[in-house]
Ligand binder design. Structure first.
Ligand SMILES: [Zn+2]
Length: 213
């Protein structure tokens, strides 16, 4: 058993579980992770399947409203425990039994160190725990690309070209995990690198999808 799992088991034993809504903190009527009001709000944001760079892409929610707020909290506050809810929603957005290996879109080392964690890596590891599919850190970000928020789709593709390398050979059907799909340029670039490294196919899975274009 790894240390993370051992600590989680110890915490679950010591601290009694009081279900509270992960979005608003209300304890009344919480079924799973959300209270009825937040559940209704999230239901209205359900996203489903799309396609990016020729790869199928599944997302649990649209990147707006409460879903966007939760992503921001997960990435930029101490609420890292939101990972459990996000991964659980992602597991329901796509048939993960079709995948052989779970990989993630990695941050550059510099950004991971300044942020303190890699949000996509934590989601991928949690999905691996939930599904029993192996997690493999197969990619490395070799170029710390500038922020993409103000770039067009074509500029984003250019921005991430050559930004990733595979660190090991891969095989089989890969589920590629990220927190948010925007234009899909980054995920498609990673998927291409995985195919070149030996993957049979790549399916992208994100918690949220921005509705651009
Ligand atoms: Zn709530």
């Amino acid at each position: 058993m790894n240390i993370r799992l051992a600590l989680k088991k110890a915490a679950d034993t010591l601290l009694p579980y009081i279900p509270a809504c992960v979005a608003c903190g209300v304890e009344k009527g919480v079924d799973g992770y959300l209270c009825p009001d937040c559940s209704k709000e999230m239901d209205a944001l359900q996203a489903g399947q799309s396609e990016t760079g020729g790869f199928p892409a599944f997302s649990a929610y649209e990147y707006r409203g409460l879903a966007a707020k939760l992503v921001q909290r997960y990435k930029y506050s101490d609420d890292k425990w939101l990972c459990a809810f996000m991964a659980s929603a992602m597991a329901q957005a796509c048939d993960i039994s079709e995948a052989d290996i779970i990989c993630h879109v990695p941050l550059h080392d510099k950004r991971r160190i300044s942020r303190g964690f890699d949000q996509a890596e934590e989601l991928a590891k949690r999905l691996s725990e939930l599904t029993g599919k192996p997690f493999l850190s197969a990619l490395k970000r070799v170029r710390n690309t500038p922020t993409q928020t103000k770039l067009s789709a074509a500029e984003r593709r250019e921005n991430v070209a050559g930004a990733f390398e595979s660190v090991c050979p891969v095989s089989g059907r890969i589920l590629l995990v990220d927190d948010v799909l925007t234009t899909g340029a980054t995920a498609a670039e990673c998927a291409g690198v995985l195919l070149a490294a030996g993957a049979q196919s790549v399916v992208i899975l994100t918690f949220a999808r921005a509705m651009l274009e």
